[in-house]
Design a protein around this ligand. Sequence first.
Ligand code: PBG
Length: 327
Amino acid sequence: MPEFPQMRLRRLRDSEAIRRLVCETEVNAGDLICPLFVSQKRSAKQEIPSMPGVYRYTVDSIKREAQEIAANGIGAVLLFGVPDKKDKLGSAAYSHSGVVQRAIAAIKDKVPELLVITDVCLCGYTNHGHCGVLDGERIDNDRTLELLAKVATSHAEAGADMVAPSAMMDGQVKAIREALDDCGFSHIPIMSYAAKYASAFYGPFREAAGSAPQFGDRRSYQMDPSNVRQALREVELDIAEGADIVMVKPALAYLDVIRAVSDRFEHPLAAYNVSGEYAMVKAAAASGWIDERQTVLEILTAIRRAGADIIITYHARDAARWLSDKA
Ligand code: PBG
């Protein structure tokens, strides 16, 4: 192998044109999924204080946003509902007239070509803020499965193109797959939050969705940040249960997990660039401490480089715009 001074790697960095030629990782708007919050309240859209630029939309105002997202070439939206009423069993999550169900119909009516994915969980709908049904202070796994299956089928009935279970209950993918198939939705894919960690980076999301647990924490169902081999088992099981796309969440502190999953499995892999990751970038940029555009594009590139095919990110709209003016 030639060495310095014959070999000089800077030759490949000498101009924009040659850098582009040897670029190993690309981010495209079509790989991005934009999360959207929809609230039952009828008042105008409301900005989320810890997530500048992210709003809780109404069923009416979300249509316009969906149209713009589609016009930016973004791959899909991921819907989260913020219901008016919460109860022990999260019944607003599987009500036919629930806020997500109405938002799905509104978006599909206005922008039929936009892929609509829905988060399937109970934490935004239960008065205790946990992702499943309680048995005392424990979360009852198997009773929760029945409800998650009802949530997923109600989303499919409303017109969702894909469902994304995030409750971290054992067997949730299988329960949802069976329910969808029984109800005539065998064509609807499942994107499973397969390796979802118990993370402090979800803080701003919980403010946005009003979904913080009212007692305890989520460590009896979400993963311990110390573990990576266990993430591979989670992914393997979800694939065996019928997941079509698997996910690692959060993204930035878990790039090694993304890499490990992408090395091991052939399924399309999504990574969730979560609310706390977004909030940190926005706060530092607002203080003038980092350049937002450069930082966001670097982060998205790093997540793709680690092995993610798909990135769920609150930066999706800005990133799509930036990516198109670069071209
Ligand atoms: C619902 C859910 C959460 C997120 C996505 N789905 C919150 C949680 O588990 O507490 C977090 C998303 C984010 O922080 O951006 N279970």
